[in-house]
Structure formats: C-alpha cells, structure tokens
Design a protein around this ligand. Sequence first.
Ligand SMILES: [Zn+2]
Length: 487
Amino acid sequence: MDTNIEKLNPQSMWKHFKNICNIPHPSAHTKKLAEHIVAFAKENKIDYTVDKIGNVILRKPATAGYENRKGLVLQAHMDMVPQKNGDVNFDFTKDAIEAYIDGDWVTANGTTLGADDGLGVAAILAVFENKDLKHGNLEALITMDEETGMYGAFAVKEDELKGEVLINLDSETEGDIYVGCAGGVDLVGKIAYKKEDTPANFQAIEIDITNLKGGHSGMEIILQRANSNKVLFRILNTLNNKFDIRIAEANGGNMRNAIPREAKGLFVVAKENVKNVIAEANEAIAKIMDEFKAVEPEMNLVVSESSKTPSKVMDKDAQNKLIWTIEAIFNGTDRMSDEMSGLVETSSNMGIITQNEDHFEINFLIRSSVDSAKDELAERMSSVFRLAGAECNLEGGYHGWKPNMESPILKSTLEMYNELFGKTPEIRGIHAGLECGILGGIFPNWDMISFGPTICYPHSPDEKVEIKSTERFFKLIEAVIENAPTK
Ligand SMILES: [Zn+2]
C-alpha cells in the first residue's frame, strides 16, 4: 500500500492533505484541525481569527499592483463524514486516516478519506503559503460542521469578511462549475384527533407499502418516484369515499430529507364489508402500480385482513381532515429553473407522517433556489392546513442560491479553464443545500462559484479522489486568483 501521497502533484497541496489526514476531524471534532490551521497561520505570519463557533478565517493583503482586484474569499469546510467498513477497527476521534494511492486515485483504508472537504482546506493552505502568487485582497473561510447541518456557515458574521467574490471548494466533479443551489424550509403540520371505541363487529385491515426507491429529497425529486406516504393516503381516500372505514394507525417515512420508501396503515370496517373493501383497495393498487411501473417496478403494495383489531380508532371528522389534507397538499417538483435547463427550482417532499397520542404530525422539506418561490410554496401548502383548521409551522429556513449566468467570476473562471485545459466546463446547479446558499444569505451581494476535484462515493468508505483532477483543480484556483475581476 503506497501511502506516500505527499509526493503527488501539486505537492504543496498534497503535503497539507497528508497533515490533515493525520489530525482526526470528524464533524463535531474539528478543534484540533482548527488549531493546526492557526499554527500554520502563525508560522507563515498570516493574519487569522477563529470565530465563536470555531470557523477559521485567514487574510492576506493584496500583492503590490493588485489592489484594484475584487477581494476573493476561498472557502472549504473542515469536518469530514466518519464512515467505516463494518470489519474495520477505527476511532475517528483518535486515529489518523490511512490514505493511499490506488492507481489513478487516492482512497483510504476502510474509511472515508475526507477529500470532501480536506482537499479544499489543503488547497487553501497551499495558496496562502505560496509567496509567488499574485493576488488581490485574499481571505479564506474554513468552516466547521458543514456535514451535520452547515452550523459553521450559519454562524458567520457579516463584518468578518471584506471580500466580494466567494470561491467555494466543495464540489465533487472536476470540470463542472456550480452556480446555484437550493435553500430549504421545514413545514410541520399537526392534525389533532380524538380516540373513539372501535365500533362493534368491525374488523381490521392493514395496508403495507414497501420497497419504493426513495432517495435524496432534493437531488432525486426530479425522478418522480412514488412517495409512500402519498400512496398510502391515496388508497385510504379511495376507500373512505366508498365505505365507512375507521383509521386506527398510519405512519410512514423517517427522514424529512429522504423520499419515503415505506408506510403502514391499519383501519377497521364492518365485517360484512371486508371482502369488498379489499377488492376496492386492490383495484386502486393496480392503477397505482400501472402508473408507476416505469419508475417503481419493485414497489410492493399489500392489503390484507389483520387479526389485531384495535380497541380504538380516530374520530371521523379528524380522519377526513387527515386524508383530504394529505391528498390535497403538494408533493414533488413544483417548478423547473428558468436559468438552467434540467435543474429543479422548487420542490416539496412529504418526508414523514408520525402518529402521536392525540395528533398526527406531517413533516415536509420544501426546497428552492429562489427564496421567494420557496416562501410562496410554503404559503400555498400552509393554506391547505389552514383550510383544515389544523396547526402548521415553518422551521429552520435557509437561503438558496439563484444561478446568475452574468456572474463576472463565472465568466473569468470559464476563460481561465479554457485557457488552461482547452475546453469549456459544464455549468451546473444543484437542488440541495450548499454553504454558498447560507453565505449568500449573509452576504447578499457576493458573486459566487463552486468547484472541486473529482471525488467518487463521498460520505462512504469507498470515497476516492482522482489524482489528475486535483492537479487541474489547484491550477484553476491559482489562475482564478491571479486573474480576479477588477473592482
Ligand atoms: Zn463537503
């Protein structure tokens, strides 16, 4: 196993990455790495601050003759996702990542590598160390705990940075330049209910929904996969329209940011109706299976008689409100981006339905690259809860990053890429949260782009980074800095 990654090009960056691998830095444990960066700054006489939450900021004044350039802020996150193979004995808070060269790639022995985003941090240190590089006013923002909720980015204060242009170094496909991301907000609706005795001579039926594809509620919402919560209540609505059904239990999904893959319902009907209800449900299921056969061929929808007749069911009025609200409320892709073809602008994911003692809680994640569009969809969806006389709250909103095709830093980065490598990079947006969205909310006038080396399988023990792409990545950073737009 060749662990001499410091001999790779550019050596100035790989040397720092090797050091970073030797300092444990999973999310929530980035203090030692922050101290390492501070020691680096002191040694190189670089101005620095560590803010209250633990972000590190580095500053270098403009080189003589470059004072008229727009100030640049290089940005990367300190923390890494700690994942290891089941058979590996490894403590992310104590052990050094064992990075090694595997052909054209660098990977780690049984664990995540932390190229996401350790290589971004290493690139920043190499840039700040390079005394020959010509640059305008230069700052670096190295954030803590991006992976667990972007807590570092949220805590950045407006007066800590003077730059006008942000270059985020946390993308994962070299040759792609990112210019947009989604903001998000959680919508939490609550529908209260009362428990009533199960009517006499009623019998239980259960609906079991499994084996949907699910996926990331942002990146994969465009694929129009089935949502198990929606499917469950579509069947319940069909039955509720025709029969006197009484719901006892309904639950589905477990993460607001994942498309739900499973849901379960338990209800009762008069004994003499059991056969007809099951037949009706199977008819509904056949239609749903047919609609989704291309995207959900493995979907498993089963309706069956149940031996566990519940003693209590929910009151009919609340039951209708619950069914109609879930039927009416929006889920899926709401609008595509006008700026970038193929990019989802606004979406909603009904992630979780949880039954509590006296109410159902329904959790959504609404995303959009356009803040006002996100607010509008949230308002539209809240209105459904209001119509039902139900409680509804918005929680934890964060900003999106609307693509700007006229961006000066995008223009100069495209020119530099073309000059260096003789081709034009792809311009992309992502329907998920990035620190750029959060930071753009704090610094609304920033011109921003994001790029990085090619990293495969981040957040998994298979994480690996393509060596050649790291060379191009670093060349591009230095070229973009030396050719920064003028003020
Ligand atoms: Zn990252």
